[in-house]
Ligand binder design. Sequence first.
Ligand code: PLP
Length: 405
Amino acid sequence: MSNSIALENQFTAQNYRPLPVVLSCGEGVYLWDEAGKRYLDMMSAYSAVSFGHSHPRLVAALTRQAGRLAIASRAFHTDQLGPFLKRLCELTGQDKALPMNTGAEAVETALKAARKWGYKVKAIPDGHAEIIVCADNFAGRTTTIVGFSSEAQYRDGFGPFAPGFRLVAFADAAALERAITPNTAAFIVEPIQGEAGIIVPPKGYLAECARICRACNVLFIADEVQTGLGRTGKLLACEHDGVKPDGLILAKALGGGLLPVSAFLAKHEVMDVFTPGDHGSTFGGNPLGAAVGLEALKVLVEENLTARAAELGDYLLGELRAIVSPLIKEVRGKGLLIGLEVQPGKARELCERLLQRGILSKDTHGAVLRFAPPLIITRQQIDWAVGELRASLADMEPTRRRAIA
Ligand code: PLP
């Protein structure tokens, strides 16, 4: 066993089961292991590396800013935060942004904003605000967030949990409507459920949910941590349904694949419920993250990566759907966020076979392989990856295995 793996095994909690590869450097769509073997990254750190590894413009922004001023805390203003948040609000059509670091922190920020808006603006009786979430949601790992998960393992051993959440079925607008009460402050939804296995709701679902929320004076909040910033072929996945959310959660790619940078964005009416001392984070909004975040937004627009995700996503989906294999149950997704569902229990083996062939992917729930490469991937690289996938699937087919044996 590699020394690096042995050290991790000895000195980290066993809260992950990584694939057996030790990565040591990356550039663009490629990663290299300790021995110098090259891999095509088809996972992008769960969609965080949309711009590719070590994008030269982002590395330049990072090093430039690191040499000037990295962290100041929000006790003071900096010359980096304003321009970053201005561009972020312009692009997303929101009025204001509250910067944090990780996705979970931005979700927590959204929960606090929604509850406070519920009490201060909607006049919900104190302590009674409810937030509606969807079954099979994934929004991070804090105790509040796992408390509203429907996944038994995420909750097991971590209670007691915060009250005030209701679960409804995903992709079922009527279920949302039935669950709303006068005390409902917000509905929080992933436009495409990522961790659940790249579950794409039917067209019109988000628009119908937004209509219901508006009619009931409930905030429609989109968790676009995984789907946002071009990944699905639109800047925000909500745009596929023509929806502008009342609140928006962004993270992952916002940090350019270099740093944890996240934000909760909203209209004035929601964001203005926060007063000094209500909420904060030592590192949230730091000038280093702001400089990288602003450059990431510029790269996204100037390199036309959203349109690229749409075009190459369609291409990859088409190529995957053309594969004939008894192991494939379904191929689904939008843009470059694609799930390949295989027969139960086969996903991990397929990931390991792809790894041997130089492709990095990761299964979710043992059944779905995630294909979310950097948005800079080329058609030729996709063709190569699909060829290796075909070969891996063929190697796993029972008849073929028997023939080899
Ligand atoms: N929300 C969604 C939709 C996610 O997919 C994730 C992470 O995968 C999160 C929130 C949590 O982000 P983080 O892992 O940065 O806390």
